[in-house]
Design a binder for this molecule. Sequence first.
Ligand code: HEC
Length: 98
Amino acid sequence: MLAGACSLALSGCERQSGSSGEAMFQQHCAACHPNGGNTINPHKTLRSKDFAANNIKSPGDIVHKMRNPGTGMPMFSRNVIPDKEAYQVAHYILSTFK
Ligand code: HEC
């Protein structure tokens, strides 16, 4: 619910949460992964059940996915999301979607 509100008012969301991981997620990922889901491949959500099934265990695994995505997901290079921000996004995902 909060995530939906954030994507509508990104700047306000950033101010409230102070989390750039969340802001980056809303900017780059939320279109296909709203609320940790997956609008393209329902078996590859950002929730713990699918992470376990797809062998994604750590923030590094999520960053790896951003650099080497599977079918249907665009590649996010270091130029688009530098490592520091990529890890912030990964931590946001792991601490937000269960
Ligand atoms: C254009 C749609 C799209 C965008 C934007 C997108 N993704 Fe994805 N994402 C997908 C699709 C499709 C898959 C399934 C790809 C596959 O088969 O590996 C996926 C898979 C993933 C997975 C693996 C999930 C699992 O359970 O195996 C992670 C992690 C992930 N995305 C993170 C991100 C992050 C972080 C961002 C933003 C930086 C992002 N995605 C942006 C479409 C997208």
